[in-house]
Design a binder for this molecule. Structure first.
Ligand SMILES: [Zn+2]
Length: 93
């Protein structure tokens, strides 16, 4: 009877320690996945940003710039008005 009591006590301590260790490792794992999720979220966020904004290359300097900043001159895309003027001016003269 006394042996059974000790066995139950040992089992309780064993499970308590095991539960504690698992909780600690789970917490560490959840913290790791949380940081991974954050990195994934930030990378997909920047990827989405990249996808949402189409990039065009300037016909004058070949620099890539967001499509929202495009200057169209003679069906060509330019990064700025100066390059559009330079390209049209050089082609006409
Ligand atoms: Zn340019």
């Amino acid at each position: 009877m006394r042996l059974l009591m000790w066995l139950i006590l040992a089992a309780l301590v064993y499970f308590a320690v095991k539960k504690n260790l698992r909780a600690r490792s789970n917490k560490m794992r959840s913290e790791q996945t949380a940081s991974n999720d954050w990195a994934d979220a930030s990378s997909t966020y920047s990827a989405n940003r990249k996808e949402s904004e189409a990039m065009l290359s300037c016909a004058h300097c070949q620099v890539y710039f967001p499509a929202s900043e495009v200057v169209v001159r003679h069906q060509k895309n330019f990064c700025c008005i100066e390059h559009a003027d330079q390209a049209s001016g050089s082609s006409s003269s």
